[in-house]
Design a protein around this ligand. Sequence first.
Ligand SMILES: Nc1ncnc2c1ncn2[C@@H]1O[C@H](COP(=O)(O)OP(=O)(O)O)[C@@H](O)[C@H]1O
Ligand SMILES: [Mg+2]
Length: 448
Amino acid sequence: MEGSVVGTLEGWIRDPLTIIVTLTVLFLISFQLTLFILILIPVLGLVIGRITKSLKRHSEEVSRKNGESFSIIDETLGGLRVIKAFNIEKLLRNKYFTTSRELLDAKNKISYRRDMASPLSEVLGVLLFTVVLYYGGRLVLRGQLIEASAFLGFLGIFFNIINPAKALSTSFSNMRKGAAAIQRIEEVLNTPVTVDDNPNGKLLTSFSDRIEFRNVSFAYDDAVILDNINLVIEKGKTVALVGSSGAGKSTLADLVPRFHDVTSGEVLIDGVNIKDYSLESVRSQMSIVTQEPILFNDTIANNIALGKSNASQEEIEAAAIIANAHPFILKKEGGYQSNTGDRGTRLSGGERQRLTIARAVLKNPPILILDEATSSLDTESERLVQDAINNMMQNRTSIVIAHRLSTIRHADEIIVLQKGKIVERGNHEQLLALGGFYKKLVEMQEVR
Ligand SMILES: Nc1ncnc2c1ncn2[C@@H]1O[C@H](COP(=O)(O)OP(=O)(O)O)[C@@H](O)[C@H]1O
Ligand SMILES: [Mg+2]
């Protein structure tokens, strides 16, 4: 956009001005001859227009293919292990080659059109000049309308018009390219935002009372995922969500940090709809640990300090101790300064998870959301991580999703979800006594 707009702007004032002034002088010299030229010019414009039009289409294609090839590179690097394990290197290579071949083709077409446009307009300019020379020359020879000396002057001035006219048509084609770029940018910018921040929202500076779900329903398009959920989580309590996979547990938990917004009903924190708070202040009150630990290619210390950039080394170590991460970090060669590798590949799954827990601890928010934080771990590291989680949950309000029910038996309330509905609720003993779905789940896990 910059290339096509900035380079074009100055010509947009200079060239039309030159053309207008020159045309006026030409009209003064010979009205008829100038009129003749003005009729010829639209014909040329039509030809050039045709070329620049396809330029826009190809420019669009180039932007699209560019994006595609970047995302292929990103996905391939991210999924390297899976790609090797499934022996699909060739497949992905071909996919990449196909895309970059298409990108190359589209780029070539643009260059071809652009390089064609320049000699073509050159030829057309000369042609125009020739026609004028011929037509005007005949008028002079016949002794009509115009003197030979005036005609020579006319030609000299007319010659001045050709370059600005050509520059103007080039800037038109640049504009087309710019327009294609703008279109692509708008496409990205206009992607619907699922959650609107309230810029004048209240600041949620502290959490003092309760989180409440009031008649909450949520649907992706037509698929109803959560159906009329009513739930109160009082400060300091732990609420566990259980249910089969796909029941809507993660979706329910994600409503609190507003990763999506309810379709109907309300989520309230301390009696105020969370949409009335500023998004940032809501999220600053909570930490989230999910099944998939997300680490960045940086030092261990920086990965822990993600939510609190001014944390001191002591604070980072204190958080790591609570998260059961301190001992393994010390065993690393660089200690807290060792690098975690791309996406944390230099650490084991359990180690990664403990770093994300240390990160959550360091942020020290009143609300914790744990979405199957231990599910991807082996028994040994699960125990370490579970201890870390238990340390972290002290004196906090937590929403816990766990597939191993033994870890949530002490929750203040256990919510059993099935197909987006709450089917059972109560504490561990109450639910066992009820003899329903929860009891069945517990028995199934005990057999193992
Ligand atoms: N982005 C999405 N678009 C459409 N459906 C989705 C999307 N994300 C999740 N779902 C569906 O929502 C349901 C609930 O998902 P989820 O809350 O993740 O279940 P759980 O955490 O209980 O296993 C599932 O049936 C899932 O297929
Ligand atoms: Mg889930």
